[in-house]
Write a protein that binds this ligand. Structure first.
Ligand SMILES: C[S@@+](CC[C@H](N)C(=O)[O-])C[C@H]1O[C@@H](n2cnc3c(N)ncnc32)[C@H](O)[C@@H]1O
Length: 271
């Protein structure tokens, strides 16, 4: 809920008097100017990102590339409280079962070589492991990987990969299916583009990728507090196209409002 103006005003004046009490008048003057500049820059960044999204600017120098970086994600998820292993994001047992029956079972072949991006506490890893002959889990958070290592210690068919740059250290056409839920919603467009390039390289012909990502720009306000990156559905479509992948289906159900869940394939048939 938005705060009332008089509450904000009293909080600001209390802060100013504390700053002034400790730092003096000149310090307070600089402090206020700095705060104003910072909030101006933040709002300018918001406007620049909207233009980048509209014009589909995906460049290392863009503003959206400076937000939701690998380091931002690493810091956030390394210090996250994983005691519920990500189940705090599961609205109901039925919801989870529906995702498994409609997306995981149809597109992750039994006995296949599977890559999960961003396993976190292993919410989906458990089910991927039960189907895969070999499962690779890739995460920027060493803490998430350590938790998975501990949780799946008795499984010999899992390998842990720490994501350090934008490439994935696996052989070309060696993966039957890629799974990533609640991860690309936190990845910036430049990093997401590199991942899509890797999907095209890693997938066997006929292989699938099931990817949860942000939806259309005009749906953003449906999920204002979801810590969503500046990636959009249109950019995902562009990445699919530029890597000669195919969009098999897209749903807006089973994800947070404003997000999307896409099934993507690489042409050909699995051998
Ligand atoms: C919200 S959690 C979701 C975890 C799990 N997929 C789930 O649904 O419960 C996001 C996970 O994505 C990982 N992540 C964030 N950015 C990443 C990136 N660029 N590459 C790989 N993993 C990333 C985080 O470290 C974290 O484990």
């Amino acid at each position: 809920m938005n705060e009332m103006p008089h509450v904000i005003l009293s909080r600001v004046s209390e802060r100013v008097s504390r700053v002034c009490g400790r730092g003096g008048v000149y310090y307070t003057f600089l402090y206020i100017i700095r705060s104003l500049l910072k909030s101006g820059i933040n709002s300018m960044d918001g406007s620049l990102v909207k233009i980048e999204q509209r014009k589909r600017i995906v460049e290392g120098w863009s503003i959206s590339a400076k937000r939701f970086t690998v380091n931002d994600n690493k810091n956030l998820w390394n210090s996250y409280d994983w005691s519920q292993r990500g189940e705090e994001w599961t609205p109901s047992a039925e919801w989870k079962q529906k995702i498994i029956s409609d997306f995981l079972i149809p597109y992750v072949p039994e006995g296949g070589r599977v890559l999960e991006i961003g396993p976190g506490g292993g919410r989906w890893t458990e089910f991927l492991l039960a189907r895969a002959n070999k499962l690779f889990v890739l995460d920027v958070s060493d803490r998430a990987l350590a938790l998975c290592r501990e949780r799946f210690t008795e499984f010999a068919n899992i390998e842990y990969l720490l994501a350090s740059d934008r490439s994935i250290d696996l052989a070309e056409a060696s993966i039957d299916a890629i799974w990533s839920y609640d991860v690309f919603v936190h990845i910036n467009p430049v990093d997401a583009r590199s991942y899509f390039k890797e999907f095209a390289r890693l997938l066997k012909p006929g292989g699938y990728a099931v990817i949860h990502h942000p939806g259309a720009i005009d749906k953003r306000e449906l999920n204002p507090r979801g810590w969503r990156s500046d990636l959009t559905e249109n950019l995902v479509d562009e990445f699919i196209l530029e890597n000669s992948l195919n969009l098999v289906s897209r749903t807006f159900a089973y994800v947070n409002p404003g997000d999307a869940l896409s099934v993507i394939s690489k042409s050909g048939s699995l051998t």
